[in-house]
Design a binder for this molecule. Structure first.
Ligand code: ADP
Length: 189
């Protein structure tokens, strides 16, 4: 089963993805995590991506599509993937459909985790204290939030038109959100 967790920065996609990975045997594919791994490893790709990410802007389609292509059909992702932070453009969404189709798979659902801006800012301030991500400062965060509002308006209609979109209230506690997500996934399988 292949699913997308879609939501603003700080919505809890990563937290929920880890829980769902264990419960359903799926593999979380987070383009943000992959990019941060490239930066940590000091690769050319990481170097290129860092300034773009720190500004809260989008890395090129070519780079992120390439990263998903390299991981979508690995042994760990055979039972399906949880796409987290991908796709962020319609071109990425189309590429994802094609990549899934070429391994005889298709998306089961696109779950939008909805959280209000004020709550997100609070969460990010806390996360910055714990994780120290260089793009978790208020300025970059505002840019990422603005970027989210704009790219979600590009990507979500694509999935709404395919009847794949479902909405979840992400403002509640972790456990409540998990219960909700599991209901959706259990209904599908
Ligand atoms: P968040 O959801 O907290 O903004 P992510 O870890 O998903 O964080 O992404 C961090 C940054 O990585 C983004 O601001 C963007 O610069 C880059 N990025 C991640 N995924 C993509 C993508 N699919 N397309 C373009 N840029 C991406």
């Amino acid at each position: 089963m292949d699913i997308i967790l879609f939501g603003p920065p700080g919505a809890g996609k990563g937290t929920q993805a880890k829980i769902l990975e264990d419960k359903y045997g799926l593999k979380q594919l987070s383009t943000g995590d992959m990019l941060r791994a490239q930066i940590a490893a000091g690769t050319d790709l990481g170097l290129k991506a860092k300034s773009v990410m720190d500004a809260g802007e989008l890395v090129s389609d070519e780079i992120v599509i390439g990263m998903i292509k390299a991981t979508i059909n690995t042994a760990e992702a055979q039972k399906g993937a949880i796409f987290d932070g991908f796709p962020r453009t319609e071109a990425q969404a189309i590429a994802l459909d094609n990549m899934l189709e070429s391994c005889d798979r298709s998306l089961a659902v696109v779950i939008e985790m909805q959280v209000a801006d004020e709550e997100l800012v609070e969460r990010i301030v806390k996360r910055a204290e714990i994780e120290g991500r260089s793009d978790d400062n208020v300025e970059a965060f505002k840019n990422r939030l603005a970027a989210y509002r704009s790219y979600s308006a590009e990507v979500l209609p694509y999935y709404k038109a395919k009847n794949l979109h479902q909405l979840v209230d992400g403002a509640r506690g972790v456990d409540d959100v998990t219960i909700n997500l599991c209901q959706i996934l259990d209904d599908l399988s």
